[in-house]
Design a protein around this ligand. Structure first.
Ligand SMILES: *Cc1c(COP(=O)(O)O)cnc(C)c1O
Length: 387
């Protein structure tokens, strides 16, 4: 990646130079004292970022492995569970449960809309046999953030377990694991954590461990209790993804230095700047106004066809050093997405918006007059959060 390239796909996200450097260190024994020290520091950092006193288990896998681990540990065959989906990643979690023979109840919102807590409550009232609820915090495929507070309130009021996919929110958006009583929170390294892909991190509450003791879905590699028996000794059951853990140690040092709440505020400001810039170009957003994500923006296809959209994305990459991505599944050809999570500054936002504007102009969609960056700058100046 040349230094000017803006890799703005929703994972993997760009690595800070410090993190690249950390990841290139020599291997160590994962049964030795040095590893125990590294591991203890990482777990302390993860608890701080996820705002939890619960255990955080770490497995070598991408985020989907963490989603699978949650299903396999919390449920038994034919057990009824509610999967609230607002897009491709919510659908994936339900599909994983289907593959395991869970009695999946799906609440699927139209693309661009968030989960309504009232709908969740109505389904739980109608199906009291449901034991566990699964919700995506930030749906990367549509650029929608679900408001977890009211959802957690209704799920907890009915005494159910709540599992959250925080893969594209953790370390970027406010996420209060313990204050909201979230039982399982799944995330991974290659998005907000500014690290290479390869490790999934899962916060597990005491109630979730208790449920796992009763849950009989088959599992070995991802078994919470087996992994915990090692991690309490600052080791891992299998060989850890050491280079990824080196990176994670460094990226969490960066988060600590900036301050977690400052990181959240930077994402909030940058999300507003991106949306203001994109809308100033006359482009339209997929997500409903009150649930727009501060880590990924889904923009409706501004061209006349899916092929023309593909050409626009190619042009942005080839001529303007901006790497964006299209839609997933049914949204292929209908949207493109700009990720703004992890290692991103206000200056990056201007670079992204200028490249997008130039690329759209070169595709004949508009003339390039600097309106996008100007709109972002206006938002930045109004923002109470200094750059
Ligand atoms: C990226 C992502 C995942 C997991 O994807 P992997 O490619 O398996 O790491 C899961 N959920 C959401 C919301 C995501 O954005």
């Amino acid at each position: 990646m040349s230094s000017e390239t803006q890799l703005r796909i929703p994972g993997p996200t760009p690595l800070p130079p410090r993190v690249v450097h950390a990841a290139s260190r020599q291997m160590i024994s994962h049964r030795g004292q040095d590893f125990a020290g590294l591991f203890a520091e990482i777990i302390t950092g993860l608890k701080a970022v996820l705002r939890t006193e619960n255990d955080v288990l770490v497995f070598p896998a991408s985020g989907s492995g963490g989603l699978e681990a949650a299903v396999a540990n919390l449920l038994s065959p034919s057990e009824p569970a509610l999967f609230c989906s607002v897009g491709a990643f919510g659908d994936r979690w339900a599909d994983i449960a289907d593959a395991y023979g869970v009695a999946v109840v799906r609440l699927r919102m139209p693309d661009g809309e968030a989960v309504s807590a009232q709908d969740v409550d109505a389904i739980l009232a109608q199906h009291p046999e449901i034991t566990t609820v699964f919700v995506t915090h930030n749906e990367t495929s549509t650029g929608v953030t679900n408001d977890l507070e009211p959802i957690a309130a209704v799920v907890k009021a009915r005494g159910k377990l709540l599992a959250i996919d925080a893969v594209s929110s953790a370390a970027c958006l406010p996420l209060e694991t313990d204050a909201l009583g979230l039982d399982v929170v799944v995330t991974c390294t290659q998005k907000g954590f500014m690290s290479p892909p390869g490790v999934t991190m899962i916060a597990v509450s005491p109630a979730a461990y208790a449920k796992a003791e009763l849950a009989t879905l088959p599992r070995w590699y991802f078994d919470f209790a087996r992994e915990k028996s090692y991690q309490t000794k600052n080791q891992t059951l299998t060989t850890p993804a050491l280079a990824v853990l080196y990176a994670l140690q460094e990226s969490m040092a960066m988060i600590r230095e900036e301050g977690l709440e400052n990181v959240w505020q930077r994402h909030a400001r940058i999300g507003m700047m991106i949306r203001a810039g994109v809308e100033a170009l006359g482009l339209r957003l997929l997500a409903a106004p009150d649930s727009r994500s501060n880590t990924v923006t889904a923009v409706l296809n501004p061209t006349e066809s899916p092929e023309a959209l593909k050409e626009l994305l190619t042009r942005l990459r080839r001529d303007h050093n901006l790497v964006l991505t299209g839609g997933q599944n049914e949204l292929l050809g209908k949207i493109f997405r700009i990720a703004h999570m992890g290692f991103i500054t206000d200056d990056d936002v201007y670079a992204i918006l200028n490249a997008l504007e130039d690329g759209c102009a070169a595709s004949g969609l508009m003339s390039s007059t600097g309106v996008a960056a100007a709109a972002a700058r206006a938002v930045q100046q109004q923002s109470s959060v200094p750059a």
